[in-house]
Ligand binder design. Structure first.
Ligand SMILES: [Zn+2]
Ligand SMILES: [Zn+2]
Length: 255
């Protein structure tokens, strides 16, 4: 399994437009963060989690020319605003692209992307095979994927477990039952927005505590604000086995 972090920033990205903070002026490429998304190559499948506003550029930047599925965590725009660019994969692959999402998110898409659902759609719109997922494992070819239900304030959000790799963005609470699914991982990804409390995201210290509790061999944080601090200084203060992810980070896992 090959994993590429396509974006590790919060909803406005880092830097947000016009920001002159120390992090936003940093010349370290690891302090530049597109909106949160990840790519997996697993058993010959090319899988993306979320297609936010940076989706097109992320595909080009990472050289992804084939897409076998998009999995959606939730309906917030920083995770969905790039869906229209699925068209490029329709043109390349000459077929519909499978999308996996919760029923609630599907209903939001029906209003936000109404033109995709018109009975006589305009030619050239995204061609998508919709797959509704519940809290049960599902198969993508030979790949078994386990959804994990987490809470983003009051909004249920999906995390995903792929063998010994788990990805959880946009959450500030995980029930004891769902936490069990996230134990025993080789690599775990959790959201860590910033140091100050936030109504719907784990803070850095909350994410560190949870990472220790879940005990993955390696944990990476994602969905970060510029308020978290400079990448290199934050990583230097984190415990062994816990690091900030950064755009372009690639991992090769046995699976
Ligand atoms: Zn988000
Ligand atoms: Zn969100």
């Amino acid at each position: 399994m090959k994993i590429t972090f396509l974006g590790t920033g919060t909803s406005q990205g880092v830097p947000p437009i016009g920001c002159k903070s120390e992090v936003c002026l940093s010349l370290n490429p690891r302090d530049k963060r597109l909106r949160a998304s990840i790519h997996l190559e697993w058993e010959g499948k090319s899988i993306v989690i979320d297609s936010g506003p940076d989706f097109r550029y992320q595909m080009i930047r990472a050289g992804i020319n084939q897409l076998d599925a998009i999995l959606f965590t939730h309906e917030h725009r920083d995770h969905t605003a790039g869906l229209d660019d699925v068209r490029s994969f329709n043109f390349i692959q000459k077929k519909s692209i499978p999308v996996y999402l919760h029923q609630r998110v599907y209903e939001v898409f029906q209003s936000q992307y109404d033109y995709i659902f018109f009975p006589a759609p305009y030619p050239g719109i995204p061609q998508i095979d919709w797959h509704i997922i519940e809290n049960n494992n599902f198969l993508l070819g030979d790949c078994e994927i386990k959804p994990v239900f987490v809470s983003h304030y009051k909004l249920p959000v999906l995390g995903f477990v792929f063998d010994k790799f788990a990805y959880v963005t946009d959450a500030n609470f995980i029930s004891a039952e769902e936490k069990e699914k996230l134990k025993g991982m080789d690599v775990l990804v959790l959201n860590a927005l910033r140091r100050e409390p936030h109504i719907s995201h784990f803070t850095l210290s909350e994410a560190v505590s949870l990472a220790k509790e879940l005990g993955a061999k390696q944990t990476y944080f994602t969905h970060m604000s510029h308020q978290i601090g400079l990448h290199d200084s934050v990583c230097a203060e984190l415990p062994d086995g816990i690091d900030l992810a950064y755009d372009g980070l690639q991992l090769i896992l046995d699976a």
